[in-house]
Write a protein that binds this ligand. Structure first.
Ligand code: CA
Length: 720
C-alpha cells in the first residue's frame, strides 16, 4: 500500500533480500523491482535481464533517497536496457574491487543501461590504501547521470570506463549531469575522479562523452579526468576549486570544449594537459587557477621519442583555439621536457586564445616551433620568442553568466558558456552540503586541573577546551575523534605519563594553542610521542595545528617525537607557528613512514613559522618515495625560525615537491638535506643564516626530473 508507482503485474515491491532474490529471477522487459524504504545492510545486488528500449527492466527506490544501501554491499548489472535509480550508498563499503559494476563477471556485461539519481557518499573501505572503483562502466552505450558521488577517501578512481581486451572498444558511454562532490587529496596515485580506459588499449576509440557535470573540490590527485583512450568528448563541464587537471594522458583525437574551470585562487588548481595526436581543445574558459608545470591552465607536453605505450607520446596536430585564460598562474608549452621527454610538439596550432594577466604567465620549456601561433591576445608580457601572441591592453567585463569577456574583441571563449550550479546536476532530493565543522566551530568549555581527560571524552566536533592555569596531569592517552582545540593561558602546563599524549583516530584533528607541554614524566622507553596519528589506516585527512605552544623535556628517552605520523593516514596539514621546542630527542614532525616507492606520503602541507628550536634532534623528516607524478604534495615550509644546536640532519626532505626555507637562522646545527625524486620540484632557500652550520645538501635520487632551485641571499658564517 506504500507503493507510489501505479501497481501492475510487473511491479515487485520487495522488503528484504530473499524477496529481492525471488523477484530478480527471470525478469522480463517492463518489470520493475521496488526496494522498500529503509536500510538494506550487507546487500550484494545482482540485476540481470534483457529489457528493451521501450520497456527497460528497472530497479528503483520506493521513495528516492529513502532506500539506504549500507554495510558490505555492492551492485552488478548484466544484460541490456537496465535502469537503476534512487538508491543511496552510505555507511558501508564494497566487499570487492568495484562498488557498482556494469558487469556480472568477466563474460557478462551490461549495455544500453542507465544509472540515474544514485548517491554514493563516503562509501569507503576501512583502509585508505585498499583500492576500489565506485562506478565501473563496462560494455557499451551505458549512461550515468544525475548522480552524486562524494567523499571518496580511499585509493581508486571514482568512476572508470574499463575496456578489457576483447570487449567492444567503442563504448559510447555517456556521463552527464552528475555532481562529483568533494574528494580530498589521496596522497598517492589513484585518486582520479574519472578515468576512461588504460594505456594498453589507449590507441583505440572509446567515444565516451563526459558532459555537463559539476566537479566540486575534486582534489584526489593531479588528474581529475584522465583520458586514456581516443575519440572522447569532454564538454560543458564546470570544475570548481579542484586541484588537478583534465588530462589527455593517452589516446588520440579527443575533444575538450566549452568547459568552465574556476580555480578561485586555490593551490594546485589546474586546467587542461595535452599529450598525443589530434587533440582539440577549444572554447574553454579557465580563471583563477594556480597550478604550474603539469598543472598549468594549458600544458602542452613534450613527448618521449618512440614512446612506450605507457609513457608520453609526442604531441602532433593539436588544435588549441578560442580559449580564455584569465588570471591563471601559468601556461606551459613543452611541459615536462627532460632527458627522457625530448620530443617537442609538432604540426600543432594555438590560435585566437585570450590570456589575461598582469604577470608573465607563459612558459616555454622546449623548442615549440611546431606550434603555429596566431591571433592570440595577451594582456601581460609575452616571451620574445613567441610570435602570434599580441600584447595589448584589454578591458574585461563580467557578463551575466559570471565570466569575464573582453570588450570589443573577438578572442577567447564563447560568450554563451554556462557555469553549472549544484541545483542543475545530481539528484535534487539529496542534501549535499558536506562541510565538516573545523576547529573552533563548537562550544568552549573551561577545564580545571584533573578534568582534562573527562573533558576530551565528553567533547564534540569543533569544541574548544580552555584549560585553567596550573599543571594538568594526564595518565591515559587522550583519544581525539573529531576536530578539537586545546587552549591554554599563561602558566598552563600539561604533563603526562603515557607513551602518547594525544592519539588521533578516524575523524580526529587537533589544535593546541597557548600552553606548555612537558615530557619529563613520560615513560623512559623509546618512541614516545606528544601527538600520534591513528595506528590503523584512516579515511578522513587529519589536521594538526600548534600555535604559541612551548614544548620541553622530551629527551629523557630516545626518539621522542612531537608529531608522529603513521602509515595509512594522511594529514591535510601540520602547521606550527610562534612556538618553541627545547630538548626533543626525536622529530618535531616525523612524516617518513612510507616503506614502498609508491609516493604515499604522510601529510599534504607541513608549515612551520616563527618558531624556536633548541637542542632538537630533527625538525622534520619527510619522505615521499618513488618517481610517480600523480600528487601535488607534499609541501614543506620553514619560515622565520631560529634553530640552535640539534642533530644532523636537522631537516630531511625526500621527494618533497614544494620546499620553502626562508629567513631562518641556523646556529651550530646539523645539515639541511634535500633529496629530489619527483618531476620538477620547486625549492626556495632564501635569506637564511647558516652559522657554524653546514650548507644545505641537495641531491637527485633519480637522473630524470628538473628541480627548480632558487638559493639566494643566504649567509654562511661562524657563530657569534
Ligand atoms: Ca593518476
Amino acid at each position: 500500500m506504500l507503493v507510489v508507482t501505479p501497481a501492475s503485474a510487473a511491479d515487485h515491491l520487495v522488503r528484504n533480500q530473499s524477496e529481492y532474490l525471488k523477484a530478480a529471477r527471470g525478469l522480463q522487459p517492463g518489470d520493475t523491482i521496488i526496494l522498500a524504504n529503509g536500510n538494506w545492510r550487507d546487500f550484494r545486488i545482482l540485476l540481470e535481464g534483457t529489457g528493451t528500449a521501450d520497456r527497460p527492466i528497472r530497479l528503483v527506490a520506493q521513495t528516492k533517497g529513502k532506500v539506504i544501501i549500507s554495510g558490505a554491499s555492492d551492485l552488478r548489472l548484466s544484460g541490456a536496457h537496465l535502469v537503476v535509480s534512487g538508491l543511496v550508498f552510505r555507511e558501508g563499503h564494497a566487499p570487492g574491487k568495484e562498488l557498482i559494476s556494469f558487469r556480472r563477471d568477466s563474460k557478462s556485461y551490461a549495455r544500453d543501461s542507465r544509472l540515474t539519481e544514485v548517491v554514493i557518499d563516503g562509501f569507503n573501505k576501512p583502509d585508505r590504501r585498499d583500492e576500489d572503483i565506485w562506478v565501473a562502466l563496462y560494455g557499451s552505450d551505458n549512461r550515468v547521470d544525475h548522480s552524486y558521488f562524494a567523499n571518496k577517501g580511499t585509493a581508486g578512481v571514482t568512476l572508470a570506463v574499463i575496456r578489457p581486451r576483447g570487449q567492444p572498444q567503442e563504448n559510447r558511454h555517456r556521463i552527464d549531469s552528475n555532481h562529483f562532490g568533494p574528494r580530498p587529496p589521496l596522497g598517492a596515485n589513484g585518486g582520479e575522479t574519472i578515468r576512461i580506459g588504460t594505456s594498453e588499449e589507449s590507441l583505440s576509440d572509446s567515444k565516451t562523452v563526459i558532459e555537463n557535470n559539476l566537479f566540486d573540490n575534486c582534489d584526489g590527485e593531479v588528474e581529475i579526468i584522465s583520458i586514456k583512450s581516443g575519440g572522447n568528448i569532454v564538454r560543458g563541464n564546470t570544475i570548481l576549486q579542484s586541484q588537478g587537471s583534465i588530462v589527455l594522458r593517452h589516446g588520440n583525437g579527443n575533444l575538450v570544449e566549452r568547459n568552465v574551470i574556476l580555480g578561485k585562487g586555490k593551490a594546485h588548481t589546474g586546467g587542461i594537459r595535452v599529450i598525443n595526436r589530434d587533440q582539440v581543445v577549444r572554447g574553454n574558459y579557465i580563471e583563477g587557477t594556480r597550478g604550474t608545470s603539469f598543472l598549468s591552465a594549458i600544458a602542452v607536453m613534450n613527448g618521449v621519442p618512440n614512446s612506450a605505450i605507457n609513457r608520453y607520446h609526442q604531441v602532433a596536430n593539436a588544435r588549441i583555439e578560442r580559449n580564455s585564460f584569465i588570471d591563471v598562474a601559468r601556461l606551459t608549452f613543452g611541459a615536462g621536457a627532460d632527458a627522457e621527454r625530448t620530443a617537442p610538439p609538432v604540426s600543432s596550432s594555438f590560435a585566437n586564445n585570450l590570456i589575461a594577466s598582469d604577470k608573465s604567465v607563459i612558459e616555454v620549456g622546449a623548442d615549440i616551433g611546431g606550434i603555429a601561433m596566431s591571433g592570440n591576445v595577451s594582456t601581460g608580457p609575452v616571451p620574445a620568442t613567441l610570435a602570434g601572441v599580441e600584447r595589448r591592453s584589454v578591458t574585461l567585463t563580467r557578463a551575466a553568466n559570471g565570466l569575464l569577456y573582453p570588450q570589443g574583441l573577438e578572442v577567447g571563449a564563447p560568450r554563451d558558456l554556462r557555469v553549472l550550479s549544484a541545483a542543475e546536476v545530481g539528484p535534487s532530493w539529496y542534501g549535499r552540503d558536506s562541510a565538516v565543522p573545523g576547529f573552533g566551530a563548537g562550544k568552549t568549555t573551561l577545564v580545571s586541573a584533573g578534568q582534562l581527560q573527562g573533558a576530551v571524552a565528553a567533547s564534540a566536533s569543533g569544541d574548544i577546551l580552555q584549560l585553567a592555569a596550573g599543571v594538568h596531569r594526564v595518565s591515559e592517552p587522550l583519544v581525539i575523534r573529531h576536530p578539537l582545540t586545546i587552549a591554554g593561558q599563561r602558566d598552563t602546563t600539561i604533563r603526562f605519563t603515557t607513551p602518547t599524549l594525544f592519539q588521533l583516530e578516524e575523524g580526529g584533528s587537533i589544535r593546541i594553542e597557548g600552553l606548555s607541554l612537558s615530557g619529563v614524566d613520560a615513560p623512559r622507553a623509546a618512541g614516545n610521542a606528544l601527538i600520534r596519528t591513528a595506528p590503523v589506516s584512516t579515511i578522513a585527512n587529519y589536521a594538526v595545528e600548534l600555535s604559541r605552544v612551548s614544548i620541553d623535556g622530551m629527551n629523557g628517552s630516545p626518539d621522542f617525537d612531537v608529531v608522529a605520523t603513521t602509515a595509512g593516514t594522511m594529514g591535510d596539514h601540520i602547521s606550527i607557528e610562534d612556538s618553541s621546542f627545547s630538548n626533543v630527542s626525536g622529530k618535531v614532525v616525523a612524516a617518513a613512514t612510507e616503506t614502498g616507492m609508491k609516493g604515499t606520503y604522510g601529510a599534504e602541507r607541513i608549515a612551520i613559522a616563527n618558531s624556536i628550536f633548541r637542542n632538537v634532534a630533527s625538525i622534520a623528516d619527510v619522505l615521499r618515495g618513488g618517481t610517480d607524478e600523480s600528487t601535488f604534495g607534499p609541501s614543506f615550509a620553514l619560515i622565520g625560525s631560529e634553530i640552535a644546536g640539534g642533530g644532523s640532519p636537522i631537516l630531511a626532505l625526500s621527494g618533497v615537491q614544494d620546499i620553502r626555507i626562508e629567513k631562518n637562522r641556523f646556529t651550530r646545527t646539523g645539515e639541511v638535506r634535500i633529496d629530489h625524486s619527483v618531476g620538477a620540484p620547486l625549492v626556495r632557500i632564501e635569506g637564511n643564516q647558516f652559522l657554524a652550520t653546514p650548507a644545505p645538501k641537495l641531491a637527485k635520487l633519480y637522473p630524470q626530473g628538473s628541480p627548480q632551485v632558487v638559493m639566494k641571499d643566504n649567509v654562511m658564517g661562524e657563530a657569534q
